[in-house]
Write a protein that binds this ligand. Sequence first.
Ligand code: PXP
Length: 255
Amino acid sequence: MSAPTLELGVNIDHVATLRQARYRDQPTEGPRRVEPDPVAAALACEAAGCHGITAHLREDRRHIIDRDVRRLREAIRTRLNFEMAITPEIVAFALDIKPDIVCIVPERREEVTTEGGLEVVGHEEAITATCARMRDAGITTSLFIGPDPAQISAAARAGADAIELHTGRYGDHWHLKRERNDEIQRLVAAARQAHELGLQVNAGHGLNVENLPLIHLVPHLVELNIGHSIVSRAVFIGLDAAVKEMLKAMEGYPG
Ligand code: PXP
């Protein structure tokens, strides 16, 4: 049997971050050139061979804005993974635009990026209700969580289809051999547990071509969601080459 293909979802929020740095206070439509366009970036990533596009509509709209998500929904031909906190406004928006997948993430206004995993334990009722609403609308649900056995059990109880393992701690400690190996062991155990519970296993945050090879040790992965390092590399080598470079680093995943 041939090895499974590890799939790549490109997080294009970082393209919108660049646009908002200049054009935050201006209309995104009209005769003026407002760049860079995250939808054009998403189409370039698809042309380079990625398997999905990921976008996070934050409550403060600091990068992706509502119109971007609507345009992505219309334009992309792969799948749309919509990252969201479960506030009533954003849940209603998701049900309206119907992404292929919603990935429920924690959100704190003061954070630079999604720093921790979702606390499913303690918020099980709200998360279970949201998973059910999404399922009824035909939308797959994923929960962004750390490699913590209690959170994984709670994700299964909440009725999620998938988890996305938060690899941020691994990325942050990659230069420290013992810490990174400990974190890989936690990710391996978490992936096994989730798989046994029938959850699809994805991973993401803080991954780059340098730290990706050790991620191949984590079993049962279906998809990686990667943004910052791809967009950063694109500044030097272009988006097409940056996506292809990442896909190359993901090749040979043993499953
Ligand atoms: N997955 C989730 C749930 C995220 O919040 C992010 C960050 O935007 C990513 C993946 C991608 O992380 P990075 O930009 O560090 O590759």
